[in-house]
Design a protein around this ligand. Structure first.
Ligand code: FES
Length: 524
């Protein structure tokens, strides 16, 4: 039974998409193996690639460090659309009209692919065609929207400016509609693909953490437990790449978190998918939960580890929902982490110029369902050697000078700023001041430590220095995790890695022995 806090929000963060996923548990990798294609990452890009390649007769192994679908794909809003907020005017400015058009078409083809799969394979996944609306509520936003509408015209996008929304509870000044987009239930859809490829002989390994790729003579994925998979091609689809080669991906992407509520509303939601032009972003779509129509209320994005008290983001969404529709009950709350490249176009293709057999797909921004599917279609063509018209748009080897250099400097200045800030800001909280279910950075004997007191009163103490490149992590109260402000690594309150690029857990301390500041690797 869901427990609620005094503000009416569920106490635990839990994604609706992960309720009742219809998949068996898969074993971890216990022996070395040789396959045609090894794929690391059991989200939409990895699973769709594995499915497509298996269908084409390749021997595939799919690995996940957790269980399939429990990463970003299990925490999405699950809009399947090429309307990615305000993007096309910016893309035309930065990468030119031809590539901007390719971005649109790649995403539209991804939507069409999903629709074909649903229809041809009869996948029951609540797939619904919906129009998508980008709306402006201020004069400044109207100006941006009009520029975006002009970009739609130039790119031949099926859309138009309109004066009001079907969702009349939001008073808008203008809106830009993109017709015939879609929404679905992502884990129902992907579970079916997993079942089909497993039946055709694909190897699937869960709880198998890939830690390195060795490309000396043959390409091999090395796992934490000392096993390896040899493969002609390796696809890195692990959200943040578990392996960067010399591609400097940490410096070319940043991580952003956003928040989602699934709520019963007093007013009826008319259908359609919505996203605001203005800040803070508000994104909406319907969802059917246990036969009841509900609304997903999404927004409050911020760089990982750089937000305020994370529960405030959920409260802001709840306030917006109350004001807009009146809320009967918030049934689920969860959050998502997305990776954003410097030019906002995903990286899909060879990881570096000198490692042609290792391909990567990452940086889908907040639009992983369409971008992730587009990635799988492109990766499949790169493996089979079939030409793909989108390869030059998405290649990670690109350097788009316009947003590139400036944003590298800004993003890395931000990282340096966070690194320095974390080292000089000393906390004044004490262990004894921690309440039940509270975490904080505290000082113990002059040293900075992270502590969390669980509901039973057990205390978990970790070293707050991120194991990636040494920034200081901060407490995320809504998810009960330690989040790094530099490149978005996240750790559980016990210090285990939840999201990379960090690979190694935070150092843990036995708090009973902290008088001597004695570290222990496990157990309390
Ligand atoms: Fe890079 Fe923490 S994620 S220092």
């Amino acid at each position: 039974m869901t427990e609620y806090d005094d503000k009416g929000l569920p106490q635990e963060s839990k994604s609706y998409w992960l309720e009742g996923v219809d998949l068996p548990a898969f074993p971890s990798l216990e022996e070395n193996r040789k396959v045609d294609v090894a794929i690391v990452g059991g989200g939409i890009a990895g699973i769709t690639s594995a499915y497509l390649l298996t269908e084409k007769g390749y021997k595939v192994a799919l690995l996940d460090s957790d269980t399939l679908l429990h990463g970003t794909t299990g925490h999405t809003t699950a809009k399947v659309t090429a309307q990615h907020g305000l993007i096309y005017d910016e893309l035309i400015q930065n990468i030119g009209e031809k590539k901007a058009k390719k971005y649109y078409r790649a995403n539209l083809e991804a939507l069409q692919f999903i629709q074909n799969m649903v229809e041809q394979q009869e996948i029951d996944c609540d797939f619904r065609k919906q129009d998508a609306y980008l709306y402006a509520t201020s004069d400044e936003d109207i100006h941006k929207l009009k520029k975006e509408a002009k970009a739609y015209d130039r790119l031949g996008i099926d859309g138009e400016l309109i004066d009001s929304l079907p969702l009349t509870d939001i008073k808008v000044k203008k809106a830009l509609v993109m017709k015939n987009q879609a929404q679905f239930h992502p884990t129902k859809y992907l579970s079916k693909l997993v079942q089909k490829m497993h039946a055709k002989g694909a190897y699937i390994y869960e709880n198998t953490t890939a830690v390195n790729i060795n490309s000396d003579k043959e390409t091999k994925v090395m796992t934490r437990n000392g096993k390896e998979i040899k493969a002609d091609k390796v696809l890195v689809c692990s959200h943040f790449p578990f392996y960067e080669g010399t591609g400097l991906y940490s410096a070319r992407m940043h991580a952003s978190r956003s928040y989602i509520l699934a709520a019963k509303t007093k007013k009826k939601f008319p259908g359609g998918m919505y996203i605001s032009v203005g800040q803070p972003t508000r994104s909406l779509r319907s969802v059917e939960i246990n036969g009841e129509n509900m609304v997903l209320i999404v927004g409050e994005s911020h760089k990982t580890g750089q937000g305020e008290d994370t529960m405030k983001h959920y409260q802001a969404l709840e306030d917006f929902g109350q004001k807009t529709f009146g809320l009967d009950q918030v049934v689920y709350r969860w959050s998502a982490q997305d990776l954003i490249t410097l030019d906002k176009v995903p990286f899909i293709g060879k990881i570096t110029a000198n490692q042609p057999h290792t391909l990567i797909a990452t940086g889908f921004r907040k639009w992983g369902m369409s971008n992730g599917t587009a990635a799988a279609l492109l990766l499949t063509d790169l493996v089979t050697g079939d030409g793909n018209t989108y390869a030059d748009l998405f290649t990670p080897l690109r350097f788009n000078a316009k947003p590139g250099l400036k944003n590298i400097l800004v993003d890395n200045a931000n990282v340096v700023g966070q690194l320095v800030k974390g080292k000089i800001e000393l906390p004044d909280d004490k262990l004894k001041n921690l309440s039940i279910d509270e975490g904080a950075v505290i000082m113990i004997k002059g040293e900075r430590k992270g502590a969390y007191k669980d509901k039973q009163g057990n205390v978990y103490v970790v070293d707050t220095t991120c194991t990636h490149v040494g920034c200081e992590v901060g407490w995320n109260g809504a998810e009960r995790s330690w989040d790094c402000p530099c490149h978005g690594s996240r750790f559980s309150y016990t210090g285990e890695v939840i999201e990379g690029p960090a690979e190694t857990p935070l150092k843990r301390y036995d708090y009973h022995m902290l008088d001597n500041l004695t570290s222990k690797d496990s157990g309390y």
